[in-house]
Design a protein around this ligand. Sequence first.
Ligand code: CA
Length: 646
Amino acid sequence: MNWHQACELPYYHGGDLGANPTAEETTFKLWAPTACGVVVCLYATGTDTEPGAKELGVHEMRRGDSGVWAIALPGNLHGTYYIYRIYFPDGRVHEVVDPYARSAGANGTRGMVVDLTQAAPDGWEQDRRPDIPAHARSVWEVHVADFSADEHSGVRPEWRGKFMGFTPDDTTLDNDGEHPTCLNYLKNLGISHVQLQPIYDYATVDESRPDGGYNWGYDPQNYNVPEGSFATDPFHGEVRVKECRAMVAALHRAGLGVVMDVVYNHTYHGESNLERTVPGYWNRRWPNDMMTNGSGCGCDLASERPMVRKYVVESVLYWATAYHIDGFRFDLMALEDVDTMNAIRAALDSLPGGESILLYGEPWMGGGTNFEGGARPADKRALDALHERIGFFCDDTRDCIKGNVFDAANAGYVNGAPQHGYDVLHSISAWRSGAHGFWPKCAGQVVQYVSAHDNYTLWDKLAAVGRRGDYDCPDADLLAQNRMTAGIYLTCQGLPFMQGGEEFARTKKGVSNSYRSSPALNRLDWNRAEQYHALVDYYRGLLALRAAFPRLGSTDRHAPEALQFFALEQPLVGWMLPAVWGDGAAWSALCVFYNPTDTACTVPLPAGQWKLLSDGTSSSLWRGQSRVFTGKAPLAPYSATIFGAV
Ligand code: CA
């Protein structure tokens, strides 16, 4: 189906696709304009192998306007499982799970009708998005299973690795009552948002077995259904909905926002529920009809086609409203077109308080794709057309600080390649000078980071360059480089982001892509949080320092650039940034120096008195009686040194 044929299919304007139960009846609606018949098949269970399995009826749906097939059945069918059987004029018959299904049975092979009011945890009506000032935002990324799977996490065994592992807020290491773990740890770290690797239903973990495998989840199966392996009971579809919401509510109670990692760029395989509903419509294709492979998975979704765009927008809105999600991180965002991303932003903004919902993504793709109809990829070259509250992961910042992600031995500014100081200068001002050919509209668009689930952990990268792969050695230089790395990107303008555990020297033993490695390699090691507690304190101090100086996190595109860089001997970098009058900053200006060498040195300070806030080893000096300097500042080896104007 080419672009013109796709555009000739009728567009459906309604917002009621899927199964919608009320007290009196349940309405099923499916967009399938090329079908010649559709029936809905109802079942008592999610699979045929469960106790009580039986078919509850087959009902012919009627074709209405705009290619939508519909039927209303009596009663609230909450808890009933269903599939659609679709007949095509050429004789093909496809059985599909409703793309709008709100839940599913084990392994997602049947959808389930969900009445959201009957799938709410206690107190859900009181759940609200936390009110987090824009300048105080910072994101910490984790996989649901990794968060609490550690047997030392203090979380009760049946909740470890599950949505419910996020709900207790008083856990400690081996229940020692002393060292906080999981949510109890996070609530005092200073980050504002937790980004969860995929929580929608993905394909490659067998939900029907407790040891069904491990996967990051970038293999979407049912977009609007929570993943069953994260539920305490994957066989009853309402449980995963309820427990996923309980997780969100617990994070909200701790004052934290929840960002969801979404993968609308491709489906697990080319025979997805979407594609089999309207064959030829959903996936992007080359002129020879081969599906494009910009995702590396061989089946990109064609976001620029009208009903695909509608689906993505509505799916995001569904998670934002039914689960109170506070942000969306788009995997391979460059495979989405600019208009789709802007439509998502506009739809989120239309919700009460929706402007605070975060939206950002990876501004790249993993291969070639074929945008049709003049659509533009949402990458760094499209920043002129993307809404200013659509952010992007800044690989320029990431790579200049600690080296290229794809070459283990490649060093950056902090670990042996100080010539990157020039790029570090641009990182500080969120690349707004266009130095690398892209032009952020405001600093808030720039996700400033050095580690994420992909590639080496920060610790492993530093060890790969500096220690030739000795990942368990608490080497003093490596620790100093780690602190310095944090000292740089957490003093950059923009939105800071980190891989969970970066702050306690997380290691995956040099494995750079652990998407299906063992749970033991991937899980957060809560003993390590204790072992490296001084590093954790260092991050905590920096995050608090950042929150105390709002200009660093300002999202105001009109804020005047007032950064002053100092003329220092290479490779030292120094800069000063005054606060904005009346913004509540704890200091009227910050003065920051980076020393990426292994020797101490002294640099001139601007006129006036400067209180030492961080000396590169402790970032909480400002909380006590800190020393005041005039004239000159001492810089330790491998350090970020921070002063506040007295
Ligand atoms: Ca699944």
